[in-house]
Design a protein around this ligand. Sequence first.
Ligand code: NCD
Ligand code: ZN
Ligand code: ZN
Length: 329
Amino acid sequence: MKLLLNSPLDMHLHLREGDMLKHVAPFTAQQFSGAVIMPNLISPVDSLIKVEQYRNDIKKCCGHENFEPFMTLFFRPYTREELEQVRDKIIGIKLYPAGITTQSENGVSDFSAIEPTLQIMEDLQIPLLVHGESNGFVMDREKEFLDVYQTIATQYPRLHVIMEHITTEAAVRFLEKHENVSATVTVHHLLLTLDDVVGGMMQPHLFCKPIAKRPTDREALREAVFSGNKKILFGSDSAPHPRHKKECVGCAAGVFSAPVALPLLAQIFEEQNCLELLQGFVSDYAINRYGLTVPKKEVALTDTAWEVPAKYGDVVPYYAEQTLRWSLI
Ligand code: NCD
Ligand code: ZN
Ligand code: ZN
């Protein structure tokens, strides 16, 4: 059997820089027509010059692939002039609470100080992408952060707010209440609960932020995605770290899912008898919600099984050494 996807998009992706960028970018450029590139580099992408430089670096790593990196800016207080200059070069601005995830030290610590920038973003119609976690108890962080989402979504009703990588039933319910709010969901959060990460032998390659939650949370995500919720977009949150940063004391957060993203999605949508909804989840809904123009690219998969390698270079992929039913042609 063959499965064709039109212009698949990964709406949340970490490509890193330097050798890691060169190594991981081709996996996404081959499978997707575009991806939203996260700005949490060692020196955050927080200026027009850095956006342009990073985009050029990415393009160089994608060979001849028809692939559009949709750039994001790292949230800090910006002036109207700065945002007017950069608006055509970015898909949105990514807000990280300070210190809550990988390379977010320069994120927001005072949420009362973000208002002027949000007002300019609403005026200029620049979407706000958010890593929505408080600094409370780890299992409650996403739920607690819903208050912040609530304030922003009601105070700026024309601002498109994207709740990145949601993991809870509470987030799915919240999404229903606000027309201007969308969400991304990863493939690993459709499959994992906390038990898979720490319930048996600890699995560093499944450790990510937000941490996988309860079975009821995973069920709520699955129900929403497999029923074709048009406000929920696929964002892999593929977040590569070299093995020595994962298999150590002080394991870095992030699951490297880029090499398996589409085959794994095809597998789980097929298992749910809703393969026809995959096109919406990996492309159409994002194009609608963001009002995007994307490169035309047809990506084909076939139901030929393959075993995911134990590692790609120095990075261990999600589903390592396991068999997937679908492969890219
Ligand atoms: C991401 C990373 O490594 O950059 N890690 C993760 O666990 N998801 C950061 C992020 O998306 O929060
Ligand atoms: Zn995040
Ligand atoms: Zn991320």
